[in-house]
Design a binder for this molecule. Structure first.
Ligand SMILES: NC(=O)c1ccc[n+]([C@@H]2O[C@H](COP(=O)([O-])OP(=O)(O)OC[C@H]3O[C@@H](n4cnc5c(N)ncnc54)[C@H](OP(=O)(O)O)[C@@H]3O)[C@@H](O)[C@H]2O)c1
Length: 257
């Protein structure tokens, strides 16, 4: 069940004092959210591969007078448990806690029938989109447990909730993402203060969307910035909502068609 955010106006300091890690923070939805979270007071821990884009994100956030982000150049391809633990240790040493974790990075991968799908590409998409999110969540649980209203938000997709032909490993990874979210949520209920939820951003004007739908007019789609209130609400204003285990839809929350 999606909350309706028609009347939600985020306070400028909604996320003041919070530290929130975002994977895939250099482009598209992740970059817009990193800047938007920082603009509402959060210290963003930005994970992605591209150092130039990470540094330009840093410059934009600091240049706007917002809290200095922490850059963690990270390749989620070939990601392993010890990589996740190193990141968790770094965050623990610097902040002593983590208030939010947004699993946003993903690869689209080939759009082919599974009968023709390259096994190496399948494995790559599953590692970046699904396995890394599991490993990061598991390693970050102790620092999240020290956080304020801690939330782990997994990024889903329409094809993760209902698989569609030719979406290949991407659809499998997103269906698995929903399962991982639900298991963490159910297993932590009444035991942990960390909440787990998933968000389907819906069609959004990004490079990944253009790659998936090359014939579509990008101007017909909401921008990543348009989605910001849904994510701000989750990380900063959903204390009274039964968020744990929720499968959310940003466009429905925001009344975007
Ligand atoms: N856009 C849509 O219409 C739409 C719809 C439904 C769901 N989603 C989901 O929303 C999320 C964001 O999508 P988007 O459209 O914003 O994607 P995007 O524009 O392609 O951005 C993807 C981000 O992921 C990072 N990334 C890719 N591979 C990585 C790797 N191996 N290691 C670390 N980071 C990696 C990229 O940064 P670097 O290149 O710097 O590493 C980039 O910042 C994804 O989970 C996607 O599945 C999007």
């Amino acid at each position: 069940m999606n909350p309706t955010l028609n009347t939600f106006t985020p306070a400028p300091d909604l996320l003041a004092g919070r530290s929130i890690a975002i994977t895939g923070a250099t482009e598209g939805i992740g970059r817009a959210l990193a800047k938007g979270f920082a603009a509402h007071g959060a210290t963003v821990i930005a994970l992605a591969r591209n150092l130039d884009r990470l540094e330009s994100l840093f410059d934009e956030i600091v240049g706007a007078g917002h809290p200095e982000p922490v850059l963690q150049p990270t390749d989620l391809e070939g990601f392993r448990a010890d990589h996740a633990q190193q990141l968790a240790n770094a965050i623990g040493n610097q902040f002593g806690r983590l208030d939010g974790l947004l699993h946003n990075a993903s690869l689209l991968g080939p759009r082919l029938p599974l009968s023709h799908y390259d096994p190496a590409a399948f494995s790559r998409v599953m590692t970046v989109n699904l396995e890394s999110a599991f490993l990061l969540t598991q390693a970050f649980l102790p620092v999240l447990e020290e956080g304020t209203d801690p939330l782990v938000l997994f990024t889903s997709s329409g094809v993760g909730r209902k698989p569609r032909a030719y979406w290949g490993a991407y659809a499998v990874s997103k269906a698995g993402t929903e399962a991982v979210m639900q298991l963490f949520a159910d297993e932590g209920e009444n035991l942990s203060k960390v909440r787990f939820a998933s968000m389907n951003p819906g069609g959004t004007r990004t490079n990944m969307r253009a790659q998936a739908f090359p014939g579509e007019d990008p101007m017909s789609l909401p921008t990543p910035e348009d989605l910001l209130p849904a994510y701000l609400w989750c990380f900063g204003a959903a204390q009274d909502f039964p968020l744990n285990g929720a499968a959310l839809d940003a466009r429905a929350m925001l009344g975007l068609s």
